[in-house]
Design a protein around this ligand. Structure first.
Ligand SMILES: C[C@H](O)CC(=O)SCCNC(=O)CCNC(=O)[C@H](O)C(C)(C)COP(=O)(O)OP(=O)(O)OC[C@H]1O[C@@H](n2cnc3c(N)ncnc32)[C@H](O)[C@@H]1OP(=O)(O)O
Length: 700
């Protein structure tokens, strides 16, 4: 079956309009490229065609090369096109070198290969809002940036910006004016007016290389991108094109590219949930939201909502707390103003969307309530019973709890079908993940509504089942515990944080505990001790430190010491707490663990996380492995270029991970014991992400 095509219509003015058609984003499949080539051949052959306009159907120029084709090439199922086929043969030798001029008419988007098609034309006309960019670095290939049409005009990337309804007529006229030599006939490939002399260019590239190394030390493709640019500048455009073709072929097969392409589709796949999103339900419109609790989480959630233009009622129990809550929202927005991301006018408008309240009077017309009070079961039960009385019967009742069973929260109501978890990650107006927790009674309509709200406030929603810690906190509880175990057995704690940040996490486990605060750390550890006693590593390090009034960054002392600027530095005093903790647990320093190489540190920290992710998958808490990959990337900052926790694990192989965990569990105890699911996968040499073998008893 053909995957996309182009059409060509020749007008009385002698302009052939070639339209790319491949919904939903007019991506450039090989079929589209073949057809583009055929349309160009025909336009060049026909005597009634003087000039060409290239555009995309339904207001989108093109979203770039067809990413779905990458998977086939990477797995060796489909052949990749001949070396240089796209960039040299089609775009340069047919489009750019054509005897008749072409103009790109760009609306919506021109990304990646889409922008390259536009660049191969001899002029570009765009709408002011069109999105132009080369986002390929995000896929592990080259290169990457993006601008809007009007900015592209300032940069000289497009030649004119016009309203959408004048786009085609302007492009046609422009194309004819090139024929008549009233407008310049420009080949982008040979343009040099923005290039510095070679020596200077090399200095700039050297600087760019250093910057890229600093920002992305684990990534090779940004460096390759710079190599290709240098080749183009030093040896000429065609040499650059061929180097690009070779680099593309190589990078396409890299683990980084495979991981990032996986993340691209996994992210879009989180909102596809069998039995929920395939029932034909449309999301109901949410006009007004209430948030209960103006603490750190509540104020962050309220900020996220008003930033996306939702009117919000923020409820607190007294004036003082209410003022503090609204003050936090204000501070969140002010920080955007300071960074130049928000104008004063927009600040005022956004703040006007929030209304404080001390009672439920303003709850009579809200469509969803998000409760974000402290983690106290009876308090939450009371709130939900009140909500049932004061809110309209259609209103969704959501809780931001990170640990408490939702069935328990809704126990005193008859509204179980509209109770749902909306678990945000702190800071809620910044972190991109939203865990939507459903119980067996939550109605699909409610889930569809919350999914839609999540997307509207620019979160990536992941739907999970109800259990202690849900998906993210549950998968990652062994992250800190493994770190404590290693320290008690002799690894230097700062070495652990260094190894883990080198791996690509935004911060190591100790820096993270400092940030979260020891109070929260101990409270959640208690939950794990209660619910997963067989595999919780109990260390006294944190409680001992807390007794000494060290409670993390907020007290300026935790595993690190913090100065006025929140800069962390190691503290030699920690030794005494670690030694005391060892005394209590009866553990002595193991020379092997004291001298662990970084690779082993990383594995001993992350394989228990993989193990727990397997349990979450086997229990049906997540619908599919890729949802857990996204949850870890968006909620914990697991490096996307490693594809997410289970994707990464599968690259190492289930057998290897299982054997390492087995070995450690014999030496260091049940904390490392591989779960049954992993044992079964390893025995068959099957990928961990392949899902439960028997129908898992779904907890959703
Ligand atoms: C040779 C070149 O250098 C190589 C390349 O061109 S590589 C490709 C470069 N292009 C990109 O990276 C763009 C990737 N796409 C995007 O950023 C976004 O999808 C977008 C901005 C185009 C649209 O975003 P949005 O409107 O939010 O819709 P979104 O849900 O992301 O996409 C809609 C659908 O189009 C698909 N899609 C988007 N871009 C695609 C592409 N380039 N190829 C194939 N499918 C694509 C998505 O998978 C999704 O499919 P689904 O409905 O089955 O889930």
């Amino acid at each position: 079956m053909m995957k996309g095509r182009t059409t060509m219509e020749v007008g009385a003015d002698g302009v052939a309009v070639i339209t790319i058609i491949n919904p939903p984003v007019n991506s450039l499949s090989l079929d589209v490229l073949q057809s583009l080539r055929a349309s160009f051949d025909e336009a060049l052959r026909r005597n009634d065609v003087k000039a060409i306009v290239v555009t995309g159907a339904k207001g989108k120029f093109s979203g770039g090369f067809d990413i779905t084709a990458f998977g086939g090439i990477q797995k060796g199922k489909t052949e990749s096109p001949k070396r240089g086929y796209v960039a040299v043969e089609v775009l340069t030798d047919i489009v750019e070198a054509a005897r008749k001029p072409s103009v790109a008419a760009i609306d919506g988007l021109a990304l990646g290969g889409g922008l390259e098609v536009a660049m191969a034309c001899h002029a570009r006309i765009s709408t002011s809002n069109a999105q132009l960019g080369l986002p390929e670095l995000q896929l592990g290939i080259i290169p990457g940036f993006g601008v809007r049409g009007s900015e592209a005009h300032d940069l000289g990337l497009v030649d004119a910006v016009v309203p959408a309804n004048e786009l085609l007529s302007t492009a046609r006229r422009w194309a004819l004016e090139i024929v008549e030599r009233r407008k310049p006939w420009v080949s982008s490939l040979y343009k040099t007016d923005k290039l510095e002399p070679l020596g200077e260019a090399r200095e700039i590239l050297k600087f760019a290389r250093a910057q890229a190394r600093k920002q992305a030390p684990n990534l090779r493709h940004p460096q390759v991108c710079i190599d290709v640019i240098e080749e183009g500048i030093a040896s000429g455009p065609r040499a650059g094109l061929w180097k690009e073709a070779d680099a593309f072929e190589e990078l396409l097969r890299s683990d980084t590219c495979k991981s990032l392409v996986h993340i691209f589709f996994a992210q879009r796949g989180t909102s596809k949930v069998p039995g929920v999103t395939d029932l034909g339900l449309s999301p109901r419109r949410i006009k007004k939201v209430a948030v209960i609790g103006g603490g750190l989480m509540g104020s962050g959630i309220a900020t996220a909502l008003i930033l996306s233009s939702y009117p919000v009622v923020l409820k607190e129990v007294n004036n003082k707390l209410l003022e503090a809550g609204i003050g936090r929202v204000k501070a969140n927005l002010q920080s955007r103003v300071k960074k130049g991301k928000m104008t004063e006018e927009k600040f005022g408008k956004t703040m006007s969307l929030i209304q404080g309240s001390l009672d439920y009077d303003n709850f009579r017309d809200v469509d969803i309530v998000i409760e974000a009070v402290i983690e106290n079961v009876s308090l939450k039960q009371q709130i939900f019973a009140d909500l049932e009385k004061f809110c309209p019967p259609h209103c969704i009742l959501a809780s931001n709890t990170s640990t408490i069973d939702l069935n328990l929260i809704g126990e005193k109501t008859r509204s179980q079908d509209r109770i749902v978890g909306a678990h945000f990650f702190s800071p809620a107006h910044i972190m991109p993940l939203l865990e939507i927790v459903r119980t067996q009674k939550t109605s699909p309509q409610v889930i569809v509504d919350v999914l839609d709200l999540g997307k509207k406030i620019k979160k990536t929603p992941v739907i999970v089942g109800n259990c202690t810690g849900f998906a993210v906190n549950r998968m990652f509880f062994p992250y800190t515990q493994a770190a404590m175990l290693l320290v008690e057995h002799g690894t230097d704690l700062y070495k652990i944080d260094r190894a883990i940040t080198k791996f690509g996490m935004p911060m190591g486990p100790f820096r993270l505990v400092d940030l979260v605060g020891f109070g929260v750390g101990i409270a959640t550890a208690m939950q794990y001790i209660e619910h997963f006693p067989d595999r919780t590593y109990k260390s006294m390090i944190i409680p001992l430190m807390q007794e000494d009034k060290r409670a993390g960054e907020s007290t300026r002392k935790g595993f690190y010491l913090y100065d006025d600027k929140r800069k962390a530095s190691p503290d030699p005093e920690l030794k005494k707490y670690i030694e005391k903790a060892r005394e209590i647990s009866g553990i002595s320093v193991d020379p092997k663990i004291a001298n662990l190489p970084e690779k082993d540190i990383t594995e001993m920290i992350f394989f228990p996380v993989v193990n727990e992710a397997c349990r979450v998958l086997a229990e049906g808490i997540a619908v599919k492995a890729s949802d857990l990959d996204i949850a870890g990337v968006m909620g914990m900052g697991f490096p996307p270029y490693r594809g997410g926790i289970l994707f990464w694990a599968d690259m190492l192989g289930s057998k290897y991970i299982y054997s390492r965990l087995e070995e450690w569990s014999k030496q260091y105890g049940g904390f490392f014991k591989p779960c049954t699911y992993m044992a079964e996968k390893a025995a068959k040499g099957a990928p961990l992400s392949s899902g439960p073998m028997e129908q898992a008893k779904s907890r959703m």
